[in-house]
Design a protein around this ligand. Structure first.
Ligand code: PLP
Length: 424
């Protein structure tokens, strides 16, 4: 399997190379040159997550040196629970937050770390994983790389724009992990990371790796839980489910659409966004116009210029086809709050603000067969959630362990010059 750039100006690359580059040399994003096609009768039996992961991902790694390690990689990356539970009628909930940092990004980050640590090393200096985060990516990447020999991690997050517990998860590691509070928003953080990758002089100093969802190594494994949940839903209800996906940078959403494309039983996909409306406007006008980021309660989705938009357009070059398969909803902070407030009485659930956008979008969808994707534990957003529901949220044990560690932050401006310090 080869990977091509969405901008068609870079040579085809194997999986390892595409993962190592992060962004393609022409500034585009890597996409598979052709999608594998699976026939569902091979998936009639029930598989464990690591088994399903190995089967699904094998064609994507075909011909790559890492293919020989895929079984071990999947076993190590998919070692925590993913839960599909029935909510009401035929609406189900896919809980992706039972990993070490209590958000779905643990899955992609762990797979990426397992893959990268099996690549041959060149040069004497440690590889630097450079990551911009709107809240959850940084923690997941830090957890996945903490104490991994040969790697350092630099996390850039927007100062004052993430929840205290999210911040703790970025800043509590020490050793090979550094966290930078950038005076700016998430798009500023992302701009700095992109500038570093585009700068040949900086890149010559030490090997840089990206761990944002632009990295193909994070996106591919996210298909696994969609495939697993789609199959489990079908076994139970004898119908295909649609997925309602809380959406920011569009990584999770693109993964769901790729899973549908390769043959898994997904009826359709609904994107739940917050007040950041660039995706909604694209659906309305057909013009792609990135916007300034708006801060919302669902901060991990505060993205005005979603980096995976190019992959979405690559998958659906024609807006008409996109609108046939995918719907978009924009959910206001008011609706997020109301949904969280009603969660215990309506569903006997406590929602994180991101999951709440999907719950709110679900209410606007007609047919009953939907799986709401729950992307984070509400305990990460206690300062938002607890006042709304009027009680404490239980803290998952993994999160509790991180909250007691000492924290360390380095403050920087949003000027490109800061990259000198970060890369060293
Ligand atoms: C990152 C994140 C999202 C958005 O996912 P994308 O892949 O960027 O669209 C949604 N919810 C939570 C909790 C997140 O951390």
């Amino acid at each position: 399997m080869k990977y091509l750039s969405t901008r068609q100006g870079a040579p085809a690359a194997g999986f390892s190379t595409a993962m190592d580059h992060g962004l393609a040399p022409d500034g585009g994003l890597y996409v598979p040159e052709a999608f594998p096609v699976f026939s569902m009768h091979h998936f009639a039996a029930e598989f464990s997550l690591p088994e399903l992961a190995e089967r699904l991902l094998s064609p994507y790694l075909e011909g790559d040196p890492l293919q020989a390690h895929l079984k071990k990689i999947c076993k190590a990356a998919f070692d925590f629970e993913i839960v599909l539970k029935n909510l009401k009628n035929q609406t189900a909930l896919l809980e992706l937050f039972h990993g070490p940092t209590a958000a779905f990004k643990d899955i992609g980050a762990r797979f990426l770390a397992e893959c990268l640590s099996r690549l041959p090393v060149s040069g004497a200096r440690d590889r630097l994983v450079l990551v911009a985060t709107s809240g959850d990516t940084g923690g997941a990447v830090a957890a996945a790389f903490h104490r991994r020999p040969g790697f350092e991690v630099a996390i850039l997050f927007p100062k004052g724009k993430i929840s205290p517990r999210q911040q703790q998860q970025l800043t509590c590691w020490g050793e090979n992990i550094r966290a930078y509070a950038v005076a700016g928003n998430f798009d500023d953080c992302q701009r700095l990371v992109k500038a570093a990758f585009a700068d040949k002089t900086l890149r010559a100093r030490r090997p840089l790796l990206s761990a944002n969802s632009i990295n193909i190594g994070r996106l591919l494994p996210q298909q696994v839980y969609y495939a697993w949940a789609a199959l489990a839903y079908r076994r139970q209800f004898h119908q295909n489910a649609g997925f309602v996906v809380p959406t920011g940078n569009l990584g999770n959403a693109v993964a769901s659409l790729w899973t549908q494309r390769i043959g898994f039983p997904i009826a359709s996909v609904a994107l739940a966004t917050n007040a950041n409306q660039s995706i909604l406007d694209y659906f309305r006008t057909g013009e792609w116009q990135p916007k300034e980021t708006v801060s919302t309660l669902a901060n991990a989705m505060d993205v005005g210029n979603p980096s995976n938009m190019e992959r979405l357009i690559h998958l659906y070059p024609n807006l008409k086809d996109l609108k046939r398969d995918v719907r978009v909803f924009s959910v206001s902070d008011r609706e997020i709050s109301q949904t969280i407030e009603l969660g215990p009485s309506e569903y006997n659930e406590v929602w994180c603000p991101h999951t709440a956008t999907a719950v709110a979008a679900r209410k606007q969808l007609a047919s009953p067969q939907w799986v709401i994707v729950a992307t984070a534990s509400p305990a990460k957003f206690d300062t938002i959630v607890e006042p709304l529901i009027g009680r404490k949220v239980a803290i998952p044990p993994a999160l509790a362990a991180l909250l007691t560690r000492a924290s360390n932050v380095i403050e920087i401006s949003s000027e490109v010059g800061e990259l000198e310090k970060i890369i060293g």
